[in-house]
Ligand binder design. Structure first.
Ligand SMILES: Nc1ncnc2c1ncn2[C@@H]1O[C@H](COP(=O)(O)OP(=O)(O)O)[C@@H](O)[C@H]1O
Ligand SMILES: [Mg+2]
Length: 384
């Protein structure tokens, strides 16, 4: 069941908009950000559909996931991925080069790309900049370079990450406006937190102000049908209708893993003789699972303590990023809610714990949001 449902049309559409933008899509060359909730299939889509599609169209694609190793700084992860791809381009026998030769008809006379700088020094003080690296690739490939940064919002949490984003913007501005450029430098970022991704494109002091931000199109009915067909093909008889299954998938935030869990509980529940038909039982299971997923997160908040709960509440209720959560007025309000005096100095350590538990996230200076919008939604529902 772990088989990936492919989305070739979506990949083709995005690839076309990026690589061959029409008049209305030229803004995509300033950068494209896709925002969508955690565990809804963004990474899977990028890796199994979009990257191969971009490559088939002759682009050099560099992919890096900033959540792949949170102990390594975002800038170091990006530099490592760029160095890796450039090293492949420099190796005459690499599969990457073979593909470029085939698709772009590149004739390199049996050689690899030659770079006018030391690869190991890329991104280091005194070494080549990303602008230099990408412009050399664009010129030698005679085509586009696409850098995909998955969970890009991770970069704005550190100064070094912000510098890296500025370096990417500089690369874009150095390459794309050249009148005879043989290709473009394109940047695609994804993020699991909509508020953060819109911060990235909306704030004037951010590197990618003015870039395009789109919602990641979640999996839908065609995916649900595919799963039901596979259940049928493997002889599972207790299946919900397509309609009930779609509703459950929606309840579960369009998350494939949760959906499969619900379907397997449906089997277990029905075989235990609940007496309910699959279409009656599935909505109950979905609602329970949805609450359970949020409970895990909310338990983390409760474990930190009473002050954590009221701070979380404050952030969760706020429309857009929560601000002034450290003010004297806020401290007084927290105190009122928990029935004891709260000193301003008590707030920061608690917020730090909430950040460390990844329940809250920083959305730039002095602004905070709930990491998982699903959890925020459930919290609000329960407080009504
Ligand atoms: N198209 C798909 N078909 C089947 N399963 C999928 C698909 N997309 C995602 N999944 C499953 O959903 C889970 C979350 O996917 P992932 O790509 O990691 O999400 P995200 O990057 O949005 O957090 C993974 O277990 C993955 O296998
Ligand atoms: Mg991901």
């Amino acid at each position: 069941m772990a088989e990936v449902f492919r989305r070739p049309q979506l990949a083709a559409e995005l690839a076309r908009r990026l690589l061959e933008p029409g008049v209305l899509d030229e803004g995509l060359r300033s950068g494209l950000f896709l925002a969508g909730m955690r565990r809804t299939g963004k990474t899977t889509f990028l890796r199994t559909d979009l990257v191969p599609e971009l490559e088939a169209r002759g682009a050099v694609v560099i992919y890096v996931d900033l959540w792949s190793d949170t102990k390594v700084s975002p800038a170091a992860l990006v530099h490592a991925a760029v160095r890796r791809t450039l090293a492949e381009l420099a190796a005459p026998a690499s599969p990457l080069l073979a593909r470029l030769r085939r698709i772009r008809g590149l004739d390199l006379g049996g050689m690899g790309f030659r770079f006018g700088f030391q690869l190991e020094e890329l991104g280091e003080a005194g070494g080549a900049t990303l602008a230099q690296a990408f412009s050399e690739v664009v010129d030698q490939a005679g085509g586009d370079v696409v850098l995909i940064v998955d969970e890009v919002q991770q970069a704005i949490t550190t100064e070094e990450g912000n510098q890296m984003l500025l370096a990417l913007k500089a690369a874009r501005d150095a390459i794309n406006p050249r009148p005879d450029t043989p290709g473009h430098f394109l940047f695609l970022g994804t993020g699991s937190n909509r508020a953060l991704v819109s911060e990235l494109t909306a704030r004037r002091n951010q590197a990618f102000a003015g870039a395009t931000s789109l919602s990641y199109p979640v999996l839908g009915e065609d995916y649900v049908r595919h799963v039901l067909e596979r259940l049928e093909a493997t002889g599972v008889t207790l299946r919900p209708s397509l309609q009930a299954a779609c509703r459950a998938f929606e309840t579960l935030g369009h998350r494939p893993e949760e959906f499969l869990r619900a379907l397997s509980q449906l089997q277990a529940g029905s075989s235990r003789g609940s007496g309910l038909a699959p279409d009656q039982l599935l909505p109950v299971i979905a609602a329970t699972l949805r609450g359970a997923a949020a409970d895990l997160e909310l338990q983390k908040v409760e474990q930190i303590g009473g002050l954590a709960v009221v701070i979380f509440d404050r952030v969760a209720r706020s429309e857009g990023p929560a601000r002034w959560i450290f003010s004297a007025e806020s401290a007084a309000a927290y105190g009122q809610a928990i029935g004891r005096e709260v000193r301003v100095e008590e707030i920061q350590p608690v917020v730090n714990e909430l950040l460390a538990a990844n329940v809250l996230m920083r959305l730039g200076h002095g602004r905070y949001g709930v990491t998982d919008p699903c959890v925020q939604e459930i919290w609000r529902e329960r407080q009504r």
